[in-house]
Design a protein around this ligand. Structure first.
Ligand code: S3P
Length: 435
């Protein structure tokens, strides 16, 4: 593996995959741990906080909103200001590449009674925001933005209060659900959210642990405002979305055994495990335990012969950040693999339906993008040059394709810093190049 000028990386074919990896702290839980504790009363310590730039964006925005946060590597200490204690920021809040920062902060700031502008990098400024802006406006928020509020930057104006509203988002999105529930903390009545399909539930778990009145009622969630949030310490589990790369590498390489330690296995995140099991993968869960209200375990994966399957429906939101790996699995499986109901991938850090098809095709993969997924057939990969479009998960996916096939030159390799800065080092450690 060599680093090239201009943010490129060359990955050589792997002869074998061996060893054990400790992935960084979960990105979704880290965002929530620092944001919700900032709104709490008291102080909280967060351990194993994600080293990724995305969670750094949330942390920096909160400091700009007057929250005192001390950070020493993966340890973060937050002094809560209470639900109504944020200070008006003197400059634009920079969410960087992070959709989670922008959407969750939008939900909080909608009712916080201050003026704030949220912006971010070129990728984030192309991502759809109507999904949070429109329902928040229904609750009385005053939010402007580019293209009528569909695109960032977003400017949020102070309002006296928000109203309790029943929301039925059209897209299954944990970011939308979380933004709407958070806005409910500032409302004068109950906020209900009824999702079209289940999505990750870290927000519900942590808000409840902090004492929020958040109940499952009928088909949805009901948040009743008025209770103070108590700061709670959070031990962040390892990120399943990072672990997924090693599990897939372990399953697909024919001389592989790999163990990933301390992985969060919240069932609203592990759709990929279901998919892997259905395709015939060898995966074993070891040392299962509970850490701070989240299931955690070590996971072992080894060489497997897979068969193609159709993937779609409610499984997709449960594997939303891992679905791109199914495209790679399909290239190595017997028979055809299809992915449907995944049009949301077009709205991620890049248009992942297009970028995956373009990149894996450039490496010899037989894959076609459809309106809402891909059609994938068994393929022999060759060496090639691919562009991650500065999307961290695309860079890591193409690294795997290079290691499993005949090598790859990857543009935009530094983007892994968004969620997994030590990815290239970990890859180097588990790959052996001598037979
Ligand atoms: C996230 C939710 C998902 C996911 C993203 C993180 C979260 O986005 O893709 O990486 O932390 O809530 P959507 O809610 O937009 O699907």
């Amino acid at each position: 593996m060599t680093t090239l000028a201009f943010d490129g990386m060359t990955v050589a074919p792997a002869q074998a995959i061996r060893g054990s990896v400790r992935v960084p702290g979960d990105k979704s839980i880290s965002h929530r741990a620092v944001l919700f504790n900032a709104l709490g009363e008291g102080e909280a310590s967060i351990s194993n906080f994600s080293p990724g730039a995305d969670c750094g964006s949330t942390l920096a925005c909160l400091r700009d909103l007057g929250v005192e946060i001390a950070r020493d590597g993966a340890h973060v200490h937050v002094r809560g200001v209470g639900v109504h204690g944020l200070r008006e920021p003197s400059n634009v809040l920079d969410c960087g590449n992070s959709g989670t920062s922008m959407r969750l902060l939008c939900g909080v700031l909608a009712g916080a009674g201050l003026f704030a502008v949220l912006s971010g990098d070129g990728s984030l400024r192309r991502r759809p925001m109507a999904r949070v802006v429109e329902p928040l406006r229904q609750a009385g928020a005053v939010i402007d933005g580019r293209d009528g509020g569909r695109l960032p930057p977003l400017a949020i104006s102070p309002v006296r209060t928000l109203h309790g509203v029943e929301h039925r988002p059209r897209v299954a999105s944990a970011q939308v659900k979380s933004a709407l529930l958070l806005s409910g903390l500032f409302a004068d009545g109950e906020t209900r959210v009824i999702e079209p399909a289940p999505t990750r539930d870290h927000t519900e778990r942590l808000l409840r642990a902090m004492g929020a009145d958040l109940q499952h009622v009928g088909e949805g969630l009901r948040l009743t405002p008025g209770r103070a949030l108590k700061c709670v310490d959070v031990a962040v589990p390892g990120d399943f979305s990072a672990a997924a790369f090693w599990l897939v590498l372990g399953v697909l390489h024919q001389a592989a055994e790999i163990r990933v330690q301390n992985v969060g296995l919240n069932p609203t995140r592990t759709g990929l495990l279901t998919i892997l099991q259905r395709m015939g993968a060898h995966i074993e869960i070891e040392n299962a335990r509970d850490v701070a209200g989240e299931p955690v375990a070590d996971v072992r994966a080894w060489s497997s012969q897979l068969h193609g399957i159709p993937v779609g429906g409610d499984l997709v939101p449960l594997a939303i950040d891992e679905i791109s790996l199914v495209a790679l699995l399909g290239l190595f499986a017997e028979g055809e693999t299809t992915v449907t109901d995944a049009a949301e991938l077009r709205t991620k850090e890049s248009d992942r339906l297009a970028v995956v098809a373009e990149g894996l095709s450039a490496l010899g993969g037989d894959i076609q993008a459809t309106a809402d997924g891909w059609r994938i057939r068994p393929s022999r990969l060759h060496a090639g040059h691919v562009d991650s479009h500065d999307d961290h998960r695309m860079a890591m996916l193409f690294a795997l394709a290079g290691a499993l096939g005949q090598g790859a030159e990857i543009d935009g390799a530094a983007s892994v810093g968004i969620s997994y800065p030590s990815f290239w080092g970990d890859l180097e450690r588990v790959v052996s190049r001598e037979s």
